[in-house]
Ligand binder design. Sequence first.
Ligand SMILES: [Fe+2]
Ligand SMILES: [Fe+2]
Length: 332
Amino acid sequence: MDTETEKEYPLNTSRLTKRQDDIGCKQNMKLDQFSCQTQMKLYRVHATLLQDNEDKVVVEESFQTKTSSKDELKESSGEPPESTSSSTLESWVIKFEQSVNVLLTDSVIKILDTLYHDRNYARFFVLETIARVPYFAFMSVLHLYETFGWWRRADYLKVHFAESWNEMHHLLIMEELGGSSLWFDRFLAQHIAVFYYFMTVFMYIVSPRMAYHFSECVESHAFSTYDKFIKAEGDELKKLPAPEIAVKYYTGDDLYLFDEFQTSRPPNSRRPTIENLYDVFLNIRDDEAEHCKTMKACQTHGNLRSPHSYPEDEFEDEGNCVLPQADCEELN
Ligand SMILES: [Fe+2]
Ligand SMILES: [Fe+2]
């Protein structure tokens, strides 16, 4: 299983190599090398867990990592790898990708700020319509790769579907609150969503790391949007009833998918109480923080794991490793 798992690097292994993950650790997350190496040993990809009884998918040799065994040995012993020029190039690529993402996110935020500065529910409707598109795009590409027989990544598909399911319920809540009542808002949201879908598919094919970082930027913005709203309107929200769909989603009997997208916590560890509209927005905000953590974890290959794939005590064992969630922890 381990040998098979190690082969399941994504298509874009020219970028998402093990050493590049280290670069991300060193340069983006500002943790020392020991922490990064320890973290990578702790996390394992369990992408083949659901296919144990199925035929093995042969992974194309051309998608193997660029990291040489010599460099891997040096890295594992704490020595720097030989090809530092390649590492420097990769760090610039990462910086470029992240700069483009920030620019794209800021541009969309400015447009929404201009159009929706005085209509919160309409703004949230547009945001939620767009927010679930990346997960559909990720699943589309992963399905395509699976169809080609390149690899299977069951955990990624399952977690991304759970994320999409969660965002869909945010959208249903906004619709119940009247956010989609104007034709213009629906037209704008749906057309942005179509553009956003194809853009994310292209980005995910070229660089999964970049696509996940872009999604992290969007989720981070969603968190701060709801956080500001709760702080500004909290007293009023506490007087209003919760939409029926919110009560059903957050307090229903089957919360498997609710647990599934929260990859940094064990199942059954978060069970919201919904008594009024304030509780609803509080939990939507917290959902966005969980999405942010999951998107951050995805940027380092091998970090993503289905919460249901591990025994609960393994969360405690690995709880002191904050690498994938370092920035998103600030959101809570
Ligand atoms: Fe959302
Ligand atoms: Fe979101």
